[in-house]
Design a protein around this ligand. Structure first.
Ligand SMILES: NC(=O)c1ccc[n+]([C@@H]2O[C@H](COP(=O)([O-])OP(=O)(O)OC[C@H]3O[C@@H](n4cnc5c(N)ncnc54)[C@H](O)[C@@H]3O)[C@@H](O)[C@H]2O)c1
Length: 351
């Protein structure tokens, strides 16, 4: 694991992963080289994406390209110029509700973009190449983001990767499930080892302002009313960013063995395995924002019916992650939220 491509490198998870790899002892000792690509779209604050990038570009072993993975020529060029060992595809149009109003963005980034990444991995080692580097054997592990949203309205909890996930309730979920199928086809046809990671509601410092916890924080700080769907009767398996990063790095290092069909392919859940009710989440956030001196406001709540494309509960079964990697997320909500609140204060209120 030396030359790594991270797509969506200015995004929340891509940035957090790149930073950890660049700054941890392990990454430094192995002299990891990272190429990041991101189209810097304005789905949410571009300034936040720029701030994340500022923390990455100061590292000499990080190089950044601004562009879209849906641009096939660009993707091919980046692969031709680098010999990636590991590719981590995190670029995507995220968000469930936005996929109702902006479906095109999902097709372009999540389907066309991912297809371009698969094709580039496929051609990263071409035996007919006139001038192949002596020891380079192409991308030997593709890790890509899937999502808990593939479980749709699954009633069985916890959600397990063995569950049938053929009932997506949003186009976003459908693109993520499609990614898993596309990856399977490429792992099967071209023996590209691939691992799909179904992330569960990721939160933390430098997180995504479009996500509910971030919007709640903005509104609580301003003394505005927060909207709570399904009258508060919802559960989420909130997963702290450091656990997600640790999980990705752990998985990156070990390409999957061939399954019973001879295909080097695997899917894992990465979730906290401890869903909390939205009402408890909001109480905890309110308390922490007060303790950190960020807000003195009592939360004003508006309880609303369930929204289209939303799900009642998410809950990750992580037994396979434990079995194969002896790893599971472990950061308690109170610790993760406090870290988020402290970052929020520094980033928005003090500087
Ligand atoms: N954050 C979560 O809770 C969560 C949960 C489940 C799955 N995921 C998945 O994890 C991945 C990372 O999520 P995130 O939370 O960091 O989201 P994010 O939106 O912060 O990061 C995605 C990044 O990809 C970039 N991007 C989008 N389309 C692109 C394209 N065509 N070409 C290049 N760059 C493009 C965006 O500008 C953004 O910076 C995504 O695939 C997302 O669907 C996230």
């Amino acid at each position: 694991m030396k030359n790594i491509l991270i797509t969506g490198a200015a995004g929340f998870i891509g940035y957090s992963l790149a930073r950890e790899l660049l700054e941890s002892n392990e990454g430094v000792e192995e002299n990891i080289q990272i190429v990041g690509i991101d189209n810097m779209n304005d789905y949410y604050s571009v300034d936040l994406k720029k701030s994340r990038l500022e923390n990455l570009v100061k590292h000499r072993n990080f190089r950044f390209t601004k562009g879209s993975i849906s641009d096939k020529e660009l993707v091919q060029k980046i692969f031709a110029e680098n010999q990636f060992d590991v590719v981590v595809n995190l670029a995507a149009q995220a968000g469930v509700r936005y996929s109702i109003t902006n479906p095109d963005a999902y097709i372009e980034s999540n389907l066309v973009g991912f297809y371009n990444i698969l094709e580039a991995c496929r051609h990263s080692y071409d035996e007919s190449d006139a001038n192949p580097s002596a020891d380079y054997k192409g991308v030997h592990h593709l890790v890509y983001a899937s999502s808990s949203s593939v479980y749709g309205t699954n009633e069985k909890v916890p959600y397990s990767t063995g569950d049938i996930v053929d009932n997506p309730v949003s186009l976003y979920a459908a693109t993520k499930k499609s990614n898993e199928l596309m990856a399977y086809a490429y792992s099967n046809l071209y023996r590209i080892p691939s691992t799909g990671l179904r992330f569960f509601t990721v939160y933390g410092p430098m997180g995504r302002p479009d996500m509910a916890y971030f919007k709640f924080t903005n509104k609580i700080v301003k003394g505005e009313t927060i909207q709570i769907y399904n009258y508060g009767d919802m559960y989420r398996d909130f997963t702290y960013i450091d656990d997600i990063v640790k999980g990705i790095i752990t998985v990156m290092k070990k390409a999957p063995a061939k399954n019973d069909n001879g295909v080097p392919y695997k899917i894992y859940n990465i979730g906290n395995n401890k869903p909390v009710s939205i009402m408890y989440f909001i109480e905890t956030l309110e308390k922490i924002l007060m303790e950190e001196g960020i807000s003195m406001n009592q939360v004003k709540k508006e309880l609303l019916p369930m929204q289209q494309a939303d799900v009642y509960k998410t809950f990750a079964d992580v037994d396979e992650l434990i079995r194969d990697f002896n790893f599971k997320p472990e950061t308690p909500l109170e610790v993760g939220l406090r870290n988020f609140a402290q970052w929020y204060k520094l980033y928005y209120l003090i500087r």
